[in-house]
Design a protein around this ligand. Structure first.
Ligand SMILES: Nc1nc2c(ncn2[C@@H]2O[C@H](COP(=O)(O)OP(=O)(O)OP(=O)(O)O)[C@@H](O)[C@H]2O)c(=O)[nH]1
Ligand SMILES: [Mg+2]
Length: 428
């Protein structure tokens, strides 16, 4: 209390003394105060007050000297006695110990409310206008339930309102890359969710290089984006068809990873974020499921397969805690369905068996909801960031390094590929 009174007194009225005398007196006075209060132990409030401009009013013509004028004079003196620039800068930064200091201007103290936090509102409004694009790809052996899971995702709570028109259509074998998009709107936020369904591999006698069409498709999207970015007159918003997440289906064998899965994920993991899942988890008992999950985690580690979320991209301790929990429960044991059933008067997505209904969205039955929450609710933006900052960046650097300095991009390596891009256009 005593201290604040003194600080308020700081602008003193002087009759005719020179500025340097005033400052010296000020320094002396404040120095004494510091000694009286225990040798400069100033609390935050006091520091702020001392950082505020010191004003000296000359009675004759009401002349105000701000702290910056004082500091300029001090600086001149420091130059005169031969202090180096570094020493002078350090002096500027020093916390107040008993003399007038030029400190950081602390908005609320001097000018009232600045409103910096409104930036968040501005960002929110802008993002709400532009919306989000999020692209998921499902990959895995034929018959593991990829198309069914895509259907489940769109029929589940993600987008029940915007369900597909071909709702009752029977899911048949996927023979080419197919993309399904839906715009989901919730509380004014728009999300364009695109799921790319791929034909299952493993049907051929020779499954060598069966990952190539998938790798090619992922790279093609990076190439498209890169070309758009390199245009002189580029789009303000480049359409984003890059794969933000690849859900990799593992058969519920209960054993270990198969060599083909190891090969596939090793390659894919280098170019896209992979989230492995155990397909048709309803075929495993609870114990089998837990053991299988553990074996897969060991196998992934032993084979150096990088799946999402990677530890090295955790941004802080908070991220680490959340992601550790996900890493411990990966791969998610999922169940898919294209049917709805009545349970206790409610419609639920589920698989009807002789013994009861497996509810797909019930976390006690399977981990489909955990997968959906990871993708949409908790990690959507992070998946997009990792895609842009890690995977796309690696691709971009590699492509630009390939091209002779200053010239255009070298021809795209998959130029003569067979992927029909028109299939990938939005079905909206
Ligand atoms: N038990 C069980 N069966 C499932 C599950 N999901 C899908 N199925 C069934 O598995 C069969 C194949 O499902 P699809 O979704 O066509 O499989 P896919 O992976 O898309 O197959 P391809 O298109 O050939 O790659 C269908 O009869 C589905 O009903 C599941 O979670 N559990
Ligand atoms: Mg399919």
């Amino acid at each position: 209390m005593e201290e604040s009174e003194r600080t308020e007194k700081t602008p003193t009225t002087k009759a005719s003394s020179s500025l340097s005398e005033e400052v010296e007196q000020e320094v002396e006075q404040q120095g004494k105060m510091a000694v009286e209060t225990g040798g400069g132990g100033l609390d935050g409030q006091q520091q702020q007050k001392q950082q505020s401009p010191v004003a000296a009013i000359s009675n004759g013509n009401e002349k105000w000297e701000s702290s910056s004028d004082v500091r300029m004079k001090e600086e001149e003196e420091e130059v005169a006695v031969g202090k180096s620039w570094v020493e002078r800068q350090m002096n500027k930064q020093r916390p107040p110990t008993g003399g007038p200091q030029v400190g950081i201007i602390q908005g609320p103290d001097l000018f009232g409310y600045v409103g910096i936090e409104a930036v968040l509102d501005q960002m929110r409004r802008k993002t709400m206008k532009s919306g989000f694009e999020f692209n998921i790809m499902v990959v895995g052996q034929s018959g593991l339930g990829k198309s069914t899971l895509v259907d489940t995702l769109f029929k589940s709570k993600v987008s029940r309102k915007s369900c597909t028109p071909n709702y009752e259509e029977k899911i048949s074998k996927t023979v080419k890359l197919q993309s399904v998009s839906h715009v989901i709107e919730e509380k004014g936020v728009k999300l364009k969710l695109t799921v790319i369904d791929t034909p299952g591999f493993g049907d051929q006698i020779n499954n060598e290089n069966c990952w190539e069409p998938i790798v090619k498709h992922v790279n093609e999207q990076y190439e498209k984006y890169l070309k758009e970015e390199l245009h002189v007159n580029r789009n303000r918003r480049i359409p984003d068809t890059r794969i933000h997440c690849c859900i990799y289906f593992l058969p519920a064998t209960g054993h270990w990873l198969r060599p083909i899965d190891v090969e596939f994920m090793k390659r894919l993991g280098k170019i896209v974020s992979i989230v492995p899942v155990i397909a048709k988890a309803d075929t495993l008992t609870i114990e089998e499921r837990l053991e299988f999950k553990q074996r897969i985690r060991q196998d992934l580690l032993a084979n150096g397969i990088r799946v999402y979320p990677q530890e090295e991209y955790d941004e802080d301790a908070e991220d680490r805690i959340v992601n550790d929990r996900i890493r411990e429960s990966i791969p998610f044991a999922v169940v898919g369905t294209d049917k709805e059933h009545q349970v206790n008067g409610h419609k639920v997505l589920g698989r009807k068996t002789k013994w009861g209904i497996i509810e797909v969205e019930n976390v006690a039955h399977c981990e489909f909801a955990n997968l959906r929450d990871l993708l949409i609710r908790s990690h959507l933006q992070d998946l997009k960031d990792v895609t842009h900052n890690i995977h796309y960046e690696t691709y971009r650097v590699q492509r630009l390094n390939e091209s002779p300095h200053g010239s255009a991009l070298s021809p795209y390596p998959f130029q003569n590929g067979t992927t029909n891009n028109s299939d990938l256009e939005s079905h909206l």
